[in-house]
Write a protein that binds this ligand. Structure first.
Ligand SMILES: [Zn+2]
Length: 235
């Protein structure tokens, strides 16, 4: 059971119940939604009281949401930060880890901007697999694609031109597989229906029967580099 509460000091909070647990858990999703997960023995009222004692932590983590730190998940790659004596930042991407060596006295903002750049490169490498997946699907369902590429798009997850050229947002590689599948099928379906007509949705439903839910889920994610872990607090 999920309840939605609006709490003046915090905003919209989603409350859910978990069986077999003793802990209250607070987490913040990528779009800044606060989730409160309660064991059965704790009332909603007590849960909210507890959440209010953590409101400074919540506010700070909503702000930090897009900051990158050691252990951040960039798609399937773990970010590892190291302090370096050199005065240049350096990064090495291998075996599912992106190691970044940071000069000791680098300022927070400069560091974040450098980490964003290194992370984008790392996502770009991983995103090649999106095009392979697109190809497999197009063959499987016999859609004709005249060209495909990836790019960092600011507000869309993908596009399909009137000539059936598909562009997939590189940031998509950070999302769960069901969201990736949805976007790929969405663009492939556009090669037949260049609009969002009922026929378009009907055909998309053949590939993604629960597309309405996935479409909603997709809204949670920003078209930016983000830390794939959720922030968690345990009592
Ligand atoms: Zn569309």
């Amino acid at each position: 059971m999920i309840e939605q509460h609006d709490i003046a000091e915090i905003g919209s909070v989603t409350i859910s119940r978990r069986k077999g647990t003793k802990n209250i858990r607070i987490s913040i999703t990528q779009n800044g939604t606060v989730r409160l997960s309660l064991p059965n023995r704790i009332s909603t009222k007590r849960g909210i009281e507890y959440l209010l004692t953590k409101k400074d932590w919540v506010a700070q983590h909503i702000v930090d949401q897009l900051n990158l730190d050691d252990g951040a998940m960039l798609g399937a790659t773990v970010l590892r930060l190291h302090t370096s004596h050199s005065n240049r930042i350096r990064s090495v991407h291998k075996q599912g880890e992106l190691h970044v060596f940071i000069p000791e006295h680098m300022q927070h903002e400069e560091l974040q901007s450098k980490l964003q750049t290194a992370s984008k490169k790392c996502l770009q490498k991983q995103a090649a697999s999106l095009l392979a997946q697109l190809k497999t699907k197009s063959i499987e369902a016999r859609y004709t694609v005249s060209g495909s590429s990836i790019a960092f798009l600011k507000s869309r997850w993908g596009s399909c031109s009137s000539k059936n050229e598909i562009v997939i947002n590189t940031y998509l590689i950070q999302l769960p597989q069901n969201c990736i599948d949805y976007v790929l099928w969405h663009e492939l379906t556009h090669t037949k229906h260049h609009n969002h007509s009922p026929q378009f949705w009907q055909e998309l439903a053949i590939h993604v029967p629960n597309y309405k839910n996935v479409k909603k889920e997709l809204k949670k994610y920003p078209t930016k580099v983000f830390d794939g872990r959720e922030f968690l607090v345990y009592v």
